[in-house]
Design a protein. Sequence first.
Length: 538
Amino acid sequence: MAMAYQQQELKLPEMAEAEMQLLRSKATELLLREEWKDAVFTYSQFITVCRNQTPTTNHHLSKLQKSLCLALCNRAEARSKLGNFEEALKDCEEALKIESTHFKTLLCKGKLLLNLNRYSSALECFKTALLDPQVNGNSENLNGYVEKCKKLEHLSKTGAFDLSDWVLNGFRGKSPDLAEFIGPVQIRRSGISGRGLFATKNVDSGTLLLVTKAIAIERGILPENSDENAQLVMWKNFIDKVTDSATKSTKTKNLIGLLSSGEAEEGLEVPVMSVFKPETEDQIIIPNEMSKILSVLDINSLVEDAASAKVLGKNSDYYGVGLWVLASFINHSCSPNARRLHIGDHILIHASRDIKTGEEITFAYFDPLSSWKDRKRMSETWGFNCNCKRCRFEEQISDKEEMKEIELEMKGGNEMGAAIYKLEEGMRRWMVRGKEKGYLRASFWGAYFEVFSSEKAMKKWGRRIQGMEMVVDSVVDAVGSDERVVKMLVERFKRNSTNGGVLEMERVLKLGRGVYGKVMKKQALRNLIELGSHEYGY
Ligand SMILES: C[S@@+](CC[C@H](N)C(=O)[O-])C[C@H]1O[C@@H](n2cnc3c(N)ncnc32)[C@H](O)[C@@H]1O
């Protein structure tokens, strides 16, 4: 009996060693074959066997630790390929506890942190890795990462993005480096509904307010005649993606837990801005609200190619739906002061006109250049009744008999010049002043556009209606910059290029900054405006 025990004692480490050897080869092969799930499973088995070993000598201990460190690092690699960044990060941290300068782990951890937008921590990792003597062959690659981290960290602090080269290259080549950025904004309780985003300082049109990466996006090409089924499939895939991200990351789950599900918004917590910063450790503790995920997505998902949005670098059949957490705190207004730009998985929100400290930042969930009745219908589809200043004013005025006649005339496709003339006259008699004129003109923008772009109509009505520049100014004052308004100015600019061209171009560029943001130089902006002017028409 004693003999058998002794034999077993002697054999145990060897058996374990053999088992480890087997698991190691299997896991390496799976890793090479990019079978990430199975690789994670096999490395986990290896790690358990390795941890259960009792080292017999110091040499044995050091051998076991080396094996454990490498296995943790490889499991991290496989987990990161599966998008399981948090778990992968934990593996890296454990591996680095064993060997604080393990080159491969430092590289893996750096890339993970970069993916999680934690630029300064990623930079630390890459810098430490650079100190490794075995770096030689890899130094160029590593220096590239160091530079990228420095650049992104700078961008995340300053918001000094420049998309000029990419735009000027016709969106070809490498897409621009984008970092998460929180500008002069703060979440507060809103007079519109629940919480909203507010400006913490005066900003002018085009100023970048925030840049944030999507939790998940589902994209596809949806031709105009595609059936509802195709949209439903996309929506289901999108829900799966969000759920998957939330399952893999506690932070993501907690952030989603902050979002409104459309009910009892007044009672919702007002989060501090630091929870949205990628470097902030997980600090929100919220009960698991995943059961509400469907309504949260219903209320907060954004379609990339919607009103108040531009998608850069994609074709026109393209359709994408996504969830951007911080942008989800922005309420709707029919008289909005911000717009969004979609580039890759990032959303960039910028002021579409000048905004004052303390003012709520809003964008339009649906087209602000549409009539009050159409907007009312769209806001009901969204599940709320828009009660913004513009809607309140237009609701009142919609009772006037004359207004009803004007609407009918415009709908009937009658002479738009006559209808506009009637509207302008009406506004004079009803003593409509200031911004309110812009509200009504924005509501009937299609008609103004038709008249201002037709030489025949202008010959007949031009003298009797307000000048185009005044109309443009008042519309921009009411709803912020819009590419359709810019388009009209561009066309006029082309017609009158010999007459005051420079000033007009400056004006177009100013409005262009409201549409695309101050994220590119003049020439690139000009190109975009030119592209935009081919895109829209009535
Ligand atoms: C994306 S969330 C905006 C942030 C939300 N207020 C919160 O507290 O989380 C969209 C929801 O906000 C509310 N909302 C946004 N704009 C509104 C408006 N103009 N009027 C009324 N409710 C609005 C609606 O409940 C809508 O479903």
